[in-house]
Design a protein. Structure first.
Length: 432
């Protein structure tokens, strides 16, 4: 812990806006910025001019120092006394104003600007998405980030951005040691990685060096086990390379968490995509399988393919049938999680033990008639939105208000077209 802290020394640090759902409440530091591949046709991230860069270890260590100073200053100002709770969020504006006022009085202007407004003319859906992407957080954002981490146990750290396996093990080791020194309560370190990096650039010994440095888990975006799908969306990796990268990672002693994307094959490759993905997962037997159903965003390659007529989105029922195939045909001991807001069904369990129960839940949905499926989708999407953002936004409330009866949503008063419109509105604002 620091002694007396000079308020003028407090500065913001860079945090990772894009991180796995399980790291939403982790303390985060950027080792790199953005994604060096940035070609995946389904991905809306980094598509508005963001460039890839590696940060120096000096920059990273400085960010860790800044985060530690803010954390200590918050504690000195009464945060976490006697324990960190949600009520501490009420202190954030006052503390931020105190720091800002002291800086202004001393003629200091924060080097990190507030989030810039989206470019004029940007599609409203992308504008909403980009409003949550904060590459230059200010003091209030950093205070809130630390507080969320503290409230949720203060034990996890995510090191971003898109592929930290692209860095040398010695770099990661230096960064992790610095984080552990500043924040000794952290017990788990995770990163995003590309399977192509693990397969082509890293030996098992190098990956083992990451583990020895303190890294615990790598999150890989597999998306599909179908080579035709992977090529179509320009993933830059084959199914065999997916397998090689994941197996090397597991052999090195790192936990392997993978994402697959139901719907990515569109309606045309739906069945092949699902079967090949189940076969891929069987070969890998990852520690975790995370479902992240496809959402097509404006400005992406997939949107362009839709406009050309070369890609047709799979409907919700077709996507659920893909998930059923993945659950039924993945022959591995693993944990299945539906922890993305883009998913219609919230299915969780261990395979193979929980397979029958998961399949029953899927089949219960498939047994609904078309109208029941629409109403199910509306309720599911609203729950996802409220869970992701802590409530319902004004525009969504305005849209559903005509169908509220006695304080409760009564979808039976809406016709099918109205329900479809409401579902699309909500889905357009969900973060995958």
């Amino acid at each position: 812990m620091f002694g007396a802290i000079d308020i003028l020394d407090l500065k913001p640090f860079e945090i990772c806006s894009i991180r796995p759902p399980t790291e939403n409440f982790s303390l985060t530091f950027r080792l790199t910025r953005n994604c060096y591949w940035n070609k995946c046709a389904f991905c809306p991230v980094y598509k508005l001019g963001a460039r890839y860069s590696k940060r120096s270890i000096e920059e990273v260590v400085e960010d860790i120092r800044r985060a530690q100073m803010l954390d200590d200053f918050m504690f000195q100002r009464g945060f976490g006394n006697p324990v960190y709770t949600e009520s501490d969020y009420g202190r954030v504006p006052g503390l931020a104003d105190e720091i800002t006022a002291a800086h202004w009085a001393a003629g200091i202007v924060d080097e990190n600007r507030p989030v810039e407004a989206p470019p004029e003319g940007l599609d409203t859906r992308m504008a909403w998405f980009m409003s949550w992407f904060n590459s230059r957080p200010d003091i209030p954002a950093c205070i809130s980030h630390i507080l969320a981490w503290r409230i949720n146990g203060g034990a996890t750290c995510f090191l971003g951005d898109a592929d930290s396996l692209n860095l040398k093990p010695s770099f990661l080791s230096h960064a992790i040691k610095a984080v552990k020194t500043a924040f000794p309560s952290i017990r788990r370190f995770t990163v995003y990685g590309r399977t192509s990096t693990a397969a082509r650039m890293r030996s098992v010994n190098e990956l083992r060096a990451f583990a020895e440095a303190g890294l615990n888990r790598v999150h890989f975006g597999l998306e599909s086990g179908c080579d035709r799908v992977l090529a179509f969306v320009d993933k830059g990796v084959s199914a065999d390379e997916h397998v090689e990268g994941c197996l090397k990672t597991k052999e090195a002693g790192l936990s392997c968490s993978v994402y697959v994307m139901p719907g990515l094959g569109g309606s045309g490759l739906s069945a092949e995509h699902a079967r090949d993905t189940a076969a891929l997962l069987t070969r890998i037997a990852p520690d975790f399988i995370r479902l992240r159903s496809l959402e097509v965003f404006p400005g992406t390659g997939l949107e362009a393919e839709i406009k050309k007529g070369s890609f047709t989105e799979a409907g919700e029922e077709q996507v659920v049938r893909e998930i059923r195939t993945i659950v039924a045909e993945t022959d591995a001991e693993t944990e299945l999680l539906s922890d993305s807001a883009s998913n219609l069904l919230g299915i969780f369990g261990r395979l193979p033990d929980d397979r029958p129960a998961i399949l029953r839940e899927i089949d219960d949905y498939l047994a609904l008639d078309p109208r029941e499926k629409l109403e199910f989708s509306l309720h599911s999407r609203l729950r996802s939105f409220a869970g992701q953002y802590g409530g319902i936004s004004g525009d969504i409330f305005t849209a559903i208000e005509p169908f509220i009866r006695g304080g409760k949503l009564a979808p039976g008063s809406a016709d099918d077209r109205e329900l479809e419109r409401l579902i699309l509105l909500i889905r357009s604002k969900l973060m995958p």
